[in-house]
Design a binder for this molecule. Structure first.
Ligand SMILES: *[C@@H]1O[C@H](CO)[C@@H](O)[C@H](O)[C@H]1NC(C)=O
Ligand SMILES: *[C@@H]1O[C@H](CO)[C@@H](O)[C@H](O)[C@H]1NC(C)=O
Ligand SMILES: *[C@@H]1O[C@H](CO)[C@@H](O)[C@H](O)[C@H]1NC(C)=O
Ligand SMILES: *[C@@H]1O[C@H](CO)[C@@H](O)[C@H](O)[C@H]1NC(C)=O
Length: 315
């Protein structure tokens, strides 16, 4: 019998990562959960590589998860970032989760301002036909520049969402995958202060580049922390707190905190958190950063048949 291995990230056996923090699953849906964003009001948007619709729910009410309208000419959505209050940019495309590559990538905005989520306004901004794996998105704060990671090429696109233009602003060996086929290099990205932090899934490098307001690197990259590939099969998307600590989703089953000195600490792991793909720190209330949400996946055969969900973790 041929064992069907989940293909998106599972390349090694789960490591024995244990934690004393518990995670609770809040909502599930049919699809490979890829990325999440938290609105100022606490509502959560979840993207999936295997559906062209965004899932929405508010953890503070009892309403079930709501499927927003689907994006045309796409079968999956990867990165999501809030570009201004309640206005989100997403990267859509036609994904092959076995090859871990896409075609027909496009950037859309989803406008939740002054409307209920079911009436969110979707606007297509532009196509990026040459990318084969547009993955994480982040914004240079105070600008209209959204940065997108290309996990196949090992590059960063700067996408001007006002002018609807884009170009590659960073391309570097530290961002490339180990294998040109199916490999994933730079994945999660986040601008904090005037630096672009990145996670390279294949190499386990968590590092940063100094950047300008235009998203161009202004100096060489620096490695902050190196993950051990015997323990972690791939680091993915992450969020950062105001002190510069990163909370990184790590396959197969952990979320790590990495401080600015590069010290790694498991925040939650083991059976609590299966195949996490991204992390978003909570935003509501005084204790904003005491709660963390993660997109997680229960992959029984392959990514196309994953059950995605959002786990909440109290820090
Ligand atoms: C994807 O892009 C190709 C090449 O530009 C085009 O021929 C095709 O129609 C596109 N597919 C969809 C579903 O938009
Ligand atoms: C997806 O990629 C795999 C592996 O490269 C390939 O065998 C398969 O034909 C592709 N599927 C589609 C629908 O293109
Ligand atoms: C990586 O982890 C393995 C398994 O725990 C351990 O044997 C090895 O020493 C670690 N490598 C490094 C460089 O820390
Ligand atoms: C994952 O899905 C399987 C099959 O539906 C189910 O038996 C198992 O309990 C699920 N695991 C978790 C952690 O939800």
């Amino acid at each position: 019998m041929k064992l069907l291995l989940p293909t998106l990230f599972l390349t090694i056996a789960p490591a024995a990562i244990e934690s004393h923090v518990t995670a609770r699953q809040l909502a599930t849906f049919g699809g490979f959960a890829e990325n999440i964003a938290v609105r100022e009001n606490g509502g959560i948007l979840v993207t999936s590589l295997t559906t062209s619709s965004i899932q929405y729910f508010d953890p503070s009410d009892q309403n079930p998860l709501e499927t927003l309208r689907s994006i045309p000419d796409a079968n999956g959505i990867s990165g999501i970032v809030e570009v201004e209050r309640d206005l989100f940019a997403v990267a859509a495309g036609i994904w092959n989760t076995t090859a871990r590559r896409e075609t027909n990538a496009s950037i859309w905005t989803i406008d939740l301002r002054n409307t209920v989520p079911s009436n969110a306004v979707f606007t297509k901004l532009l196509n990026i036909p040459e990318t084969t794996a547009l993955n994480g998105l982040t914004i240079v704060p105070g600008t209209s520049i959204v940065l997108g990671s290309d996990s196949a090429l090992g590059a960063i696109y700067a996408i001007d969402i006002s002018k609807r233009t884009y170009s590659i602003t960073i391309q570097d060996d530290i961002l490339t995958p180990l294998s040109s086929e199916e490999g994933l290099g730079v994945n999660g990205i986040k601008v904090h202060k005037s630096e672009l932090y990145f996670a390279n899934s294949d190499t386990g490098v968590f590092g940063k580049f100094p950047i300008s307001q235009a998203g161009v690197s202004t100096g060489p990259p620096q490695v902050i922390s190196q993950f051990n590939s015997s323990v972690v099969s791939g680091i993915d998307d992450f969020d950062m707190d105001k002190d510069g600590n990163a909370f990184i989703a790590a396959h197969l089953n952990a979320i790590y905190k990495v401080d600015c000195r590069g010290t790694q600490e498991v925040v939650v792991g083991g059976n609590q958190i299966l195949d996490p793909t991204s992390v978003a720190l909570g935003r509501r209330g005084k204790n904003d950063q005491k709660v963390m949400f993660a997109s997680v996946n229960n992959i029984t055969s392959d990514a196309d048949h994953s059950v995605g969900s959002v786990a909440v973790v109290y820090l």
